[in-house]
Design a protein around this ligand. Sequence first.
Ligand code: SF4
Length: 509
Amino acid sequence: MSLAPATSLVRSRFLVRIPIDADDAVWFHSLFGTSLVFSREAEALLDLFRTPTTVGIARAWARGDVLPALGRLVERRFLVDPAVDERRDFVRRMRPEPPETGAHLRCLVLLAAEQCNLACPYCIKDHLMGLRPARRQARMTVATALRAVDAFVEVAGRNAHEAVAIQFRGGESLLNPPVVLEATRRLRARWARGPVAASMVTNATLVTEAIAAALADLDVSVEVSLDGPRAVHDLVRPTRGGRPTYDAVLAGLARLRAAGVAVTNVNTTITAATRPLVDGAFLAALAALGIRGVNVEPDVLSPVDPDPEALAGWLLGLREEGRRLGIDVGGCWGRALRSIGAVGSGQPLPLSEDYPLLVVDARGQVVRWEYNGEEELGPVADLPGVLASAAFGRHVQSRTPGTIPECLGCEVEGLCQGNASTTLVYERATGRPGLFQHRCALIRAMTRGVLREEAARPAGAETPFAGPAVIKDAHDEGGAWAHGLATASAIASGPTTASSRSASGAAPG
Ligand code: SF4
């Protein structure tokens, strides 16, 4: 965009402000994920554009050479053409192809087994399927899995992308190892254009040496569920027969690691009862096992703490302990931060994690969500027919960032990308109001908290996390010109009082 004197610019209505201290604040774009740390003086410059203002007026206002700063703000979409429709641009970028082409489909999700050998009291699948007793829990056949892989390859092969992925979810996927192994083998054999990422979630209690070796051979990465130290885990993750499983999980984990399987992270569900014992000592024990990532997920159906801000405060403390131990403590809030981190390091805003998924249930039906009993979209064996259906079009519309109905106007809308939408599905299915709002409030509080903490770290502080490190870079970069403007007295006039500055920065979309 030209920065000629007559060029008119306005501050994006999608900016969010997070105060760091009395002087500085982080700002980010709630759709495109660009971010910068601003000094008060730099905020005054941004504030000049609360209504459409020309570059010429800004130059006169600032007296010094403000063009590089304006260029940076335009590049980051903080200042935009007043006529631009930012939401439309964002949706076009997120969904460049019509749904019926299937061009967006990059990951096949197979619900290998709806059953599980454990009986965790917070299990969403059991709750939701329990609401539909007539629909018996099923196990996928190898024939169905291979049909799904073939159908997926046919569609993916018509499109331009090189990398594809396959994920296995349950229930417990390892109640059905033939599906995991045969489907992965088939996809690796049929997809030669680029990399195939295979992954699964497991409780690890059924991992034998033979299974671990087969997973390693097929390069299937694994997430393992472990809910805390022995006393906690055995309390909430017993077998269907009521036996403890902590030792079995650790034995399975050891077999996976011995075979060379990539254990990408541990998943730890916390409940109100278990939270006090999920602490630094637990993280230290995981670090000793070689684990480098933990997803701490609060129980969805029964909020761990009625106050999401208080829960976020506790999670931030745990995250800080993890940082000291070299463990990345993530969770449902992580997607928004990963998006900001990716954009800050110069990568494109990641595609939504839901949007490119083709989810196939154990009976071979394409479904919108696992286990919720909502509309099935049709058999995967007729994938072209499914893609052409109006129901699939509506599904894609409802999962494309920028058009997810429940997310419109959220301050992390384009970054979290509906990561808590499944909670809304559970809320509707179970009739428990407020679950979605609670989850979203936690996500927003964590996004603000992590950004505030990382931006406040001293320059050069080591951090193993891509997102925050990028924010620090943004701070340095933004600080150079923002503080430079101030200390050189380049801003000779213009409002810098608190009353002239944005109070919240957040604007509904
Ligand atoms: S409304 Fe909730 S799910 Fe949607 S983007 Fe915001 S935090 Fe994420």
